[in-house]
Design a protein around this ligand. Sequence first.
Ligand code: ZN
Ligand code: ZN
Length: 345
Amino acid sequence: MDMWHDMEKYHKGKTPEGHDKLVIPLSPDEDGMVGRECHQDECQPKYFKIASHKPETEKQVEPNQEETSLEYLYCPYCGYKDGFQQFITKGQSEWVESMIYRDVAKTIQDMLGDTFKSSTPSSNKGFISISLQYKPGSLPSVRHYAENELKRIIDCDRCGRRYAVYGISMHCPFCGEGNLALHLDKSVDIIMSLIDCYDAIVNKAGKEAGYHLLGNSLEDCVSLFEGFFKIIYADKLKGKVSEDDRKDKLSKLRNSFQQPSKAEQIFKANLQLDIFSSIDDKDKTFLEYQFAKRHVITHNLGLVDEKFKDQVSTWQTAGQEVHLDANEIKQLLNLVKRVIVATIS
Ligand SMILES: [Zn+2]
Ligand SMILES: [Zn+2]
């Protein structure tokens, strides 16, 4: 009797230990990518995708032909390096298990069928004659499996391979190199293209909608600064302090990096690094001023309050709507980019 049915095509002999070896190809999604997942406890958000072949490769490749030939992968989030197979995702693992389960169930059904067929009623005297008929039930279904949608797709500028991640990641899964600058360029381009829509939004939906767009763009600039500096800080602390100390320092951060001066103090105190060495005092004041505006936008409906007046010198009086300007926000975005580039290079 055949042990494998639908899985037979994936059966590739035995392992040195004598176990059945199954090689199951993963189907790339519509972007030509397959999912991978880091299994390090501390790692977040774990899931990423890699292209099943190089972007410049025009020829069609068999699914999984190239990725199984990859000996190692790096987790783009935490940098952990391991064999390709060790990055199997929960969804893939459940899918494979369900296929194996179905095949094994089929084997058991066949076995029972054969057994019962041989139990033909006996006509010998002195024996009870029983007629049994075995009706196989429905087989367990194969679990549906689809890759998650990841919006951020990166082409590594070192090895040329393509991958997709959630948010910002430090490493290329193929070559392990740092790709933070590529992420930064993408994020800056996106925010810049939104600010460029300002005139069109005002024409279409009015000044209030335009103000809303600028407020959001200002928040995006602050989030960019905060998000990148959190990742840079976490990375630079590695090896500098014990892992427990690192976790403690990261958990104490909260939203400190929403304030440039606090970020500056923290980097100086713990990493002896001046994150504003690339800009002058005038630019630093401008940065503080714009970040304070964002606080008013987010927490006080955009109205100037006494706290804002204490933080920065402004001609605006309390209760007035804080002034936003598209060119100023572009200037802020470029400044944030310059400060981050100087810190990662
Ligand atoms: Zn990881
Ligand atoms: Zn790479």
